[in-house]
Design a protein around this ligand. Structure first.
Ligand code: 5GP
Length: 186
């Protein structure tokens, strides 16, 4: 059986990559989304096992120890990582898989799985990013400022990606991501 492809999608928090991933998934049921594990607390409306597998630090560290994560990173005092088993099963059974992770994780995935295709979602501007982060209303100013700082770090790593998509508007950014994914099927 033909194996599926592994797509890594990164971009600063607030760049809209979550929305784009959702829209991509809606268009093709063959594409699977890897739900990450995190030790961060759920935001309002977030659902366990849908948005993240929410867990505690001890369980997370145990999973690293057991080799159960494809990659992981610590971001603003919380751990984030990709459970390996499910991703590998999907690829083996012919599904394309999307990982929505940061550049620290992307570097690890490329090491472990060099065939992966890496796409960076760029916000139209830092000003716009700030507005989107503030608009969430779920974080303190301190956290927003830290996220902005991290965002600039993320953007500085955009050129290690195979593709960069600027999210001026969600529909056209989604179309561009789908186009990249389709191209890779040929
Ligand atoms: P948030 O707290 O906004 O959901 O995510 C914070 C950052 O962690 C984002 O840049 C997001 O892409 C990244 N992230 C989410 N899941 C993972 C993961 O499984 N691995 C890594 N390395 N980063 C992740």
């Amino acid at each position: 059986m033909k194996k599926g492809k592994l797509f890594v999608i990164s971009g600063p928090s607030g760049a809209g990559k979550g929305t784009i991933c959702k829209k991509v998934l809606e268009t093709d049921s063959n594409i699977k989304f890897s739900v990450s594990m995190t030790t961060r607390s759920p935001r309002e409306g977030e659902v366990n096992a849908v948005d993240y597998h929410f867990t505690d630090k001890e369980s997370f560290l145990n999973l690293i120890e057991e080799g159960g994560l494809l990659e992981h990173n610590c971001y603003l005092d919380n751990y984030y990582g990709t459970p390996k088993k499910q991703v590998m099963q999907w690829i083996e059974s012919g599904h394309d898989v999307i990982l929505e992770i940061d550049y620290h994780g992307a570097i690890q995935v490329r090491e472990a799985y060099p065939e992966c295709i890496m796409i960076f979602i760029m916000p139209p501007s830092v000003e716009e990013l700030k507005q989107r982060l503030c608009g969430r209303g779920s974080e303190t100013e301190d956290v927003i400022n830290k996220r902005l700082e991290e965002a600039c770090n993320d953007i500085a790593h955009a050129d290690m990606y195979d593709y960069c998509v600027v999210n001026e508007d969600v529909e056209s950014a989604t179309a561009q991501v789908l186009e990249i994914m389709k191209d890779k099927e040929d």
